[in-house]
Design a protein around this ligand. Structure first.
Ligand SMILES: Nc1ncnc2c1ncn2[C@@H]1O[C@H](COP(=O)(O)OP(=O)(O)O)[C@@H](O)[C@H]1O
Ligand SMILES: [Mg+2]
Length: 473
């Protein structure tokens, strides 16, 4: 093993704060860190350059903190201007914090199960969809500062209700999901891809919202292994140091992700664990990896929340077969789909892992900030004969991804052997031009899911044609 890092060799940590935003971490979560921990506060409005200067002046190597949705795009810019500063969680990991649309696009990319979701920036497409789809549907506000607690989640039972709601709320984009009847949902919190806390939330009698903020019940017992496995998969896909997922348990027995993010409510002792994990990560082993046994929440959850809110620095000893083993072996087994498992065996299936340090952007805003980049231009694409983004649009959209005319898309589609005019029209009925380009670029299997006759061989050919076509642009 390499020599342990001296104080001088440790990276300089800074905590990222924003005015008016609750602080997830403070220095006490990093107890024992030998060097000064800096703080930098973003003051909103025109504060970008000053903020960047302050980070540089304080020689911060690692900037830790959650970025709220409304500051997300600014911080993507800030991160680019600070290439030597590592943001934790990375801006890519925080992509899902920005909007429900982003959660959906993240899930599409990684083939994470979610309720079937439909997103429209074009009002006519949304209206068309309402005309053809089945009800009930869920309509959600994708993005907004107070987007929490089910206040912007609506169940609509008919075309008329859907149209009235969108006319009144003017949600942009229009975000629909199939209504999934649920037993409950489970919030899982993970650190280094290891579940450290999980609890059930059940809807009040006769209600469909499982949010506890709406008066539902919660408890910590017997969260299924397979549900934890899904949460781990999602955390890994996000490369998240810390993470929370809401997993819906459908009446059909299936698990689906409803929400996931790095920003969530957590007891202070959980934030201490995150601090310990990060100190381990950044010290190359000088600080120990915290040992947090699986299902600790079943035991801690027996305490009153008012007590849990005051507990700090909870540590667990390591499992030793001679003593703890006897206890575990005698007493604790868990039911899983593969049969019964001892608790300590199961614990070893969920190691706490280091996240990857990456030097590329997975979700660059030029491509993924649909709200600002495409929101307005998409509508124009349909009404204009010349779809090129005009000079009076923002500079942001200048950099945006490829936007094509319907004619060009038609030409592309019919260039695939076996796809004629009729079939092409059918595809264009389901996807508008921008959606199709994005499907091709990021989640081509979406086309197969959406269109039953669209078989794998079409997809393979279409992707090939698309590559050729792109090269000629
Ligand atoms: N597709 C869906 N089908 C059925 N119920 C849903 C669906 N999506 C959300 N819900 C219910 O609405 C609640 C709030 O939705 P969610 O997407 O978590 O938004 P938020 O918590 O930000 O308001 C969920 O906890 C769940 O009970
Ligand atoms: Mg929720």
């Amino acid at each position: 093993m390499a020599k342990k890092k001296s104080n001088e060799e440790l990276p300089k940590i800074g905590l990222l704060y924003l005015d008016y935003v609750l602080r997830f971490f403070d220095k006490s979560n990093f107890r024992g860190w030998p060097n000064k921990i800096e703080t930098v506060t973003y003051h909103w409005k025109n504060d970008k350059n000053r903020f960047i200067k302050e980070v540089k002046r304080k020689k911060i190597d690692i900037l830790i903190g959650n970025i709220p949705a409304t500051a997300y795009e600014t911080f993507r810019e800030i991160a680019r201007e600070l290439p030597n500063v590592q943001f934790i969680p990375s801006l890519d990991t925080q992509f899902s914090n920005k909007s429900k649309e982003n959660v959906t696009r993240f899930a599409w990319k990684y083939e994470i199960p979610i309720p079937k979701t439909y997103i429209f920036y074009d009002k006519n497409k949304a209206d068309n969809f309402i005309g053809k789809t089945k009800f009930p549907k869920i309509v959600k506000k994708s993005y907004g500062p107070s987007n929490y607690g089910g206040y912007f989640v609506h169940k609509v039972d008919s075309k008329q209700e859907a149209r009235n709601l969108l006319a009144q709320k003017k949600y942009h984009p229009a975000y629909f999901q199939d209504f999934v009847p649920m037993e409950a949902d489970v919030r899982v919190m993970l650190i280094g891809h290891k579940p450290v806390c999980a609890f059930w939330r059940r809807a009040p009698e006769g209600e469909w919202l499982t949010n506890t903020s709406q008066g539902g019940e919660m408890d910590y017992m017997n969260v299924p292994k397979e549900l934890l496995d899904l949460a781990v998969q999602v955390s890994k896909a996000a490369n998240a140091e810390y993470w929370a997922c809401d997993v819906a348990v459908g009446k059909d027995g299936k698990y689906r992700i409803l929400e996931c993010a790095t920003a969530f409510a957590a007891f202070p002792y959980i934030r201490d664990w995150i601090g310990q994990y990060l100190m381990w990560k950044f010290s190359d082993g000088r600080f120990p990896k915290p040992n947090i046994p699986l299902f600790n929440w079943e035991e801690l959850g027996k305490m009153d929340p008012s007590v849990l809110r005051t507990l700090r620095y909870i540590t667990f000893g390591n499992y030793t077969p001679s003593y703890d083993g006897a206890y575990f072996l005698d007493k604790k087994v868990k039911e899983t789909e593969e049969g019964e498992m001892y608790l300590h065996e199961m614990d070893s299936l969920y190691p706490m892992l280091l996240t990857e340090d990456r030097n590329y952007e997975e979700w660059p805003s030029e491509k993924w900030n649909f709200q600002d980049n495409y929101g307005r231009s998409i509508r124009k694409v349909h009404s204009q004969s010349n779809p090129k983004i005009s000079a009076d649009e923002s500079e942001e959209s200048e950099k945006s991804a490829i936007v094509l005319t319907e004619k060009k898309i038609q030409k592309l589609l019919t260039s695939v052997e076996g796809i004629g005019k009729k079939k092409a029209e059918h595809i264009m009925d389901k996807f508008d031009t921008t959606e199709l380009v994005h499907a091709l670029e990021t989640a081509p299997h979406k086309i197969m899911e959406e269109i039953s006759w669209f078989k794998k061989k079409f997809l393979t050919k279409l992707i090939k044609e698309w590559e050729t076509f792109k090269n000629k642009l």
